[in-house]
Design a protein around this ligand. Sequence first.
Ligand SMILES: [Zn+2]
Length: 312
Amino acid sequence: MVDLNRRGFIRSLFSIGSIGAASSSEAQVQARGKSAFVWCDLHNGHVGFPTGLDAPAIRPGSIAKLIAAAALVEDGFNTNLQFECTGTYKVGGNVGGKELSEVHCQFAHGSLDLRRALAYSCNCFFAQATRALTTRAFLTKARALGLSSPVAGRSSGLFPGAESESKPSLPYVLGLAADFKPNCLQLMRLAGLIAIGPGERLPVLHSSENFELKDKEKPLAVALTRKSAELLRSGMRLSVQEGTAAKLDPQNKMQIAAKTGTTDHGKKFQSQIIGFFPYDKPRNAFCLFSPAGTSVDAAVPEASNLILSTSW
Ligand SMILES: [Zn+2]
């Protein structure tokens, strides 16, 4: 399945990547060339840093589709509605200039609904489904899910200011906007919130090595409805069963639910994966950042090695 042209082809998926040119902080992370893995216990809030204390903050790529999907469902979006993916979708209209004229998928996904679009991370579906979603609505949901708030004693990654609310939403939906760079711990917390669902509170996250609860951090209420939480959970589960994270746990040892994200970085890629397990009774959430490679080539196999070789 991997052929010599694959890299060139994957690059073409990021024809809108010029919107989010790599920043110097991304370059620094890349220069260190180190993956980062963080995990947390959803019952007591302990955070583990097995690969070191780095918590890189980069553009989230397709992990942002979780936020867009929640915003859609809570706005009454019909989760049975299907859109057709032919591999390319012309966005049209004045939605961010020529960089944003088309989005691509690596494969033509055919007809899919929101849940499958999450599992397969279909750009063409999300470009069509979010035509009426405003950046304001996206950012409001992102804020409610902790993506502008401190976490485990660390300050938030970059979050867009009010001036961005009038911009087109698609770069945010696809996680490629230059001014939205949540850190790994915030993305891990997002997975934790989805895992535990509405009506619950996630404990304040804190390093298990350095127990220091920072002021101003409070337990986060889960800002999802029953319907949106269930859609995100089942989409993330399907991603591991047959979608973009299918190689994470092929034997289903840990019952993981996950979402991947890849972003272009100069001539290379970097990728992340967030998730939680076990699916039925979530106990742990995690985020892995890989500085080199797409999620299929890097974040998924690296997370698989780490998770399956650990005694939980
Ligand atoms: Zn697609």
